[in-house]
Design a binder for this molecule. Sequence first.
Ligand code: OAD
Length: 243
Amino acid sequence: MPDFQSVVVLTGAGISAESGLKTFRDNDGLWEGHPVEQVATPEAFATNPQMVQKFYNARRKQLCGGEVHPNTAHTALAVFESAFVGDFILVTQNVDNLHQRAGSQNVLPMHGELTKARCLACDAILEWLQDIEINSVCSQCGKGDSLRPHIVWFGEIPLYMDEIERALAQCDLFVSIGTSGVVYPAAGFQQLAKYAGAKTVELNLEPGNTASQFDEVIYGHATQVVPDFFQRLAPEYNFLTEA
Ligand code: OAD
């Protein structure tokens, strides 16, 4: 049995990189010449909704196009969760659905979900696998120009924060995977876990911005270091045969 009773995992874009999804800070954080921070804001949506919808439509199309699949790092987390008898929460900054598709159950997508649209008129959150057009109609209230991506933009409050903070305050192991550690509040989670007395671990391709705050750091590709780490933590779960 692992020596831990309550595990919180935080993931970022790095865990999905080997599934073929670009991380945010690839290409120097530019998308068609725009800094990501200029596309992913309520102000950008207010002034140029076409550009913002185009950005997320392209990402949704890629995610749902049949060529992007969960990788062994996503699967290792799902296998660990299904076998682990303690508390397990997977907080992800990613808006892809690869953790859910890998079989993870207790997922908190704090920055929203690409496969959902939100209605600005009635607050409905709708499953949405196609492009969102400027005049797409909300199936709940019938309004024709009120849908936006269900994504937390810069300046907006991330989702599930109460639940996340509760989990961090009582965890005894916190593992951060594939995140640069530059976007808050997620970049401060290892500190909250540490206040709770948890062991903190960074698994990343290279040191993130907050690397010095972790008790243990392991660098390498997620498809390698994530299954290895959880296999070491719980050798009896047998990741290789179950994955
Ligand atoms: P970043 O693009 O900032 O960082 C990706 C991290 O993954 C970096 O530390 C890379 O070294 C690492 N990485 C790249 N390839 C990897 C691999 N194969 N295996 C393991 N690690 C790898 O992405 P995030 O930290 O997730 O927010 O970005 C945080 C937030 O900033 C995003 O959720 C998004 C963005 O703006 C919003 O949209 C609100």
